[in-house]
Ligand binder design. Structure first.
Ligand code: F6R
Length: 597
């Protein structure tokens, strides 16, 4: 259960556990809907135990989040039990064939077909090994699954294609998981299953094969990963704790990058010469990480003066990939496990371009698969909604843009030091803004904003991607609909939505020209009796005077304006979600890390 709780970041729709009872060698299992604590409660009522067991926490892909669809799944005889991550894309076709041959199904999942297919193949093959070789020839998609069987009570079958799977080698015991964090503290000896491989594992023996059945050499690594438990330290939610950790996390990130200043290109898997010749940069990510990349696009273009292209990782694989020499592909991902981003990296690598992971997790798949990496120092983020990982990504990308500019001799060492100093100052402002408005938000504003069911978020230039991030935060934790536009786009259509029930948030910009345009856009809303809340910078009096509510932020360098607003925005939306009594740390339908495409 401890191991499973560490993997709950991959999903918390349901959980289950199965093991082979040592006395009769029969499979026993327990499943529960919802979060892992429900399974723990079930296990207290109906204890099961054994020497070989598998467990799973689910993020629903096929079929509702019910007990029926919770893993593990079984074959007809309930003699084979399977847990699975990923998606079997041709499950419909396989299911029809299995139904025709008399199999009966008890869930709506794609996973269950694997158990039935394995059941029928085991009957026609002399060895498990040849049954698995046959099995994988039927399966399409990305998958990592573990099977246990009554026939072989001391063995596990592991199969991996694209989704991660690793074996922790203990003393007369083995651990298998999608992430080695699950068994951190038990062993540091790890074997990461290569792509398209399978393994037969016993407590003291591992066999490893390619999908075609030929033996694979085993590469056991010693990896130091520890698991620390994190308390809320007096905060009501992890999200609030993490909002307040941002100042320290930005400091740690800047300090860390400062110490690797001279060897950064080595860490990133490139040379100083590559950087001097760099004439474009490509950024890739999903969700909040994509928003951080969007903001960073402005850094690379304005500070390093090279074109930056931003890619949504979930769309990237379906778009034409134009070969660009002297370019760098930076994948941005807090977890380093997001399937869409990983698939993007694999595509880029297949075309022999250099890939760099900007991530918060040093033991992640992305660090292993990319040519190099940059680590943010956010510390473990537990709340599903990203807060400190977003601000540290922005800080790291701002630092990187300056570091590239230094290598290209666009800026001086003194300017590089100033950039680091500016980040530290902004980190201070980020926290001060929360403190300045905390009481008013808790006592007044949270209640007022909680009454709206829809909002429009506007920004311009760098504050537009920030508006996108703000809308995402509000939607995921408070379940309030919010849509974002570049402020100048409102008049091209969405202005029709403005009425007394619509709240518009405007995120200003320190630059005077951009600011003036924002003021004009707000006036267009006020002329139609719309309600407007502004995040404005000090001295932006015209904007402060025309809006209904203004949160005023100290002046910072224009490119760091959004970072300065980050804490206050997150705190305000946290307070709204709290007012609405939402499960802030684990919002419905979501997972901390999305490991399917
Ligand atoms: C939102 C959020 C998500 C993630 C996205 C990518 O608060 O956390 O949008 O940013 O799923 O995750 P990573 O950064 O782990 O690749």
């Amino acid at each position: 259960m401890e191991g499973l709780s560490r993997l709950e970041y991959r999903g918390y729709d349901s959980a289950g556990f199965a093991c082979i009872h040592p006395e009769d060698n029969r499979l026993r299992y327990v499943k529960a809907e919802g979060k892992l604590h429900n399974l723990v409660a079930q296990l207290e009522l109906f204890p099961v135990d054994g020497f070989t067991g598998i467990g799973h926490t689910r993020w629903s892909t096929h079929g509702a989040s019910s007990v029926r669809n919770a893993h593990p799944h079984f074959d007809c005889e309930k003699a084979i039990s399977i847990v699975h991550n990923g998606i079997i894309e041709n499950h419909n076709e396989l299911k029809s064939r299995l139904l025709q041959t008399g199999h009966s199904f008890h869930s709506d999942t794609d996973t269950e077909i694997v158990a039935h297919l394995f059941e029928s193949l085991s009957k026609t093959h002399k060895t498990f090994k040849s049954a698995v070789v046959d099995l994988v020839s039927y399966l399409q998609g990305a998958y990592a699954f573990i099977a246990i069987m009554q026939d072989q009570p001391d063995m596990m079958v592991l199969v991996r294609k694209r989704s991660p799977l690793c074996i922790g080698i203990g003393d007369d015991e083995m651990f298998v998981a999608s992430d080695m964090l699950a068994f951190a503290g038990k062993t540091n000896k790890v074997l990461f299953l290569p792509d398209e491989s399978f393994s037969l594992v016993r407590k003291d023996m591992i066999e490893l094969y390619y999908f075609d059945g030929t033996s694979l050499p085993m590469q056991v690594q010693e990896v130091q990963v520890s698991w620390d438990t994190y308390e809320k330290q007096g905060h009501d939610h992890y999200m609030l704790k993490e909002i307040y950790e941002q100042k320290g996390a930005i400091h740690d990130t800047v300090d860390f990058l400062h110490t690797v200043h001279d060897r950064i290109w080595d860490n990133m898997g490139v040379t100083a010469q590559d950087i001097v010749q760099l004439n474009s940069i490509n950024l890739l990510g999903c969700g909040t990480s994509w928003h951080a990349g969007y903001i960073a696009q402005f850094f690379f273009e304005q500070i390093c003066m090279i074109p930056a292209r931003l890619h949504l990782a979930s769309e990237f694989r379906h778009m034409p990939l134009f070969a660009q020499s002297n370019s760098l592909y930076v994948a941005i991902s807090q977890s380093g496990e997001t399937a869409d981003t990983l698939e993007g990296i694999r595509l880029i690598k297949s075309m022999s371009f250099a890939t760099v992971a900007l991530t918060n997790v040093s033991s992640s798949t992305m660090v292993r698969e990319c040519d190099g990496f940059i680590l943010t120092q956010a510390g473990r983020e537990i709340a599903v909604a990203s807060t400190k990982s977003f601000s540290t990504q922005i800080a790291a990308l701002y630092w990187l843009a300056n570091r590239i500019a230094l290598e290209k001799k666009i800026i001086t060492s003194a300017q590089m030091e100033q950039a680091e100093e500016d980040l530290l100052v902004v980190a201070e402002i980020l926290e001060n803004c929360i403190e300045n408005y905390k009481m008013q938000i808790m006592q007044t504003y949270a209640k007022q904003y909680a009454q709206y069911s829809k909002m429009i978020f506007l920004g311009r230039h760098i504050s537009y991607p920030f508006a996108l991030e703000a809308a995402l935060k509000l939607k995921e934790i408070a379940y309030i609909f919010a849509t974002s536009y570049p402020a100048g786009e409102l008049k091209h259509g969405p202005l029709a939505l403005i009425d007394a029930d619509m709240m518009t948030f405007v995120f200003s910009h320190p630059d005077p020209i951009v600011y003036q345009k924002i003021v004009s856009n707000v006036q267009e809303i006020k002329a139609r009796d719309g309600k407007v809340t502004a995040f404005a910078f000090e001295d932006q009096q015209q904007l402060i005077d025309i809006v209904d509510v203004a949160f005023v932020i100290p002046r910072v360098k224009p490119l760091l304006g959004s970072l300065a607003m980050t804490g206050l925005m997150q705190f305000l939306f946290y307070a709204i979600a709290k007012e609405l009594d939402c499960p802030i740390d684990k919002p419905r339908n979501l997972a901390k890390s999305v490991t399917v495409e």
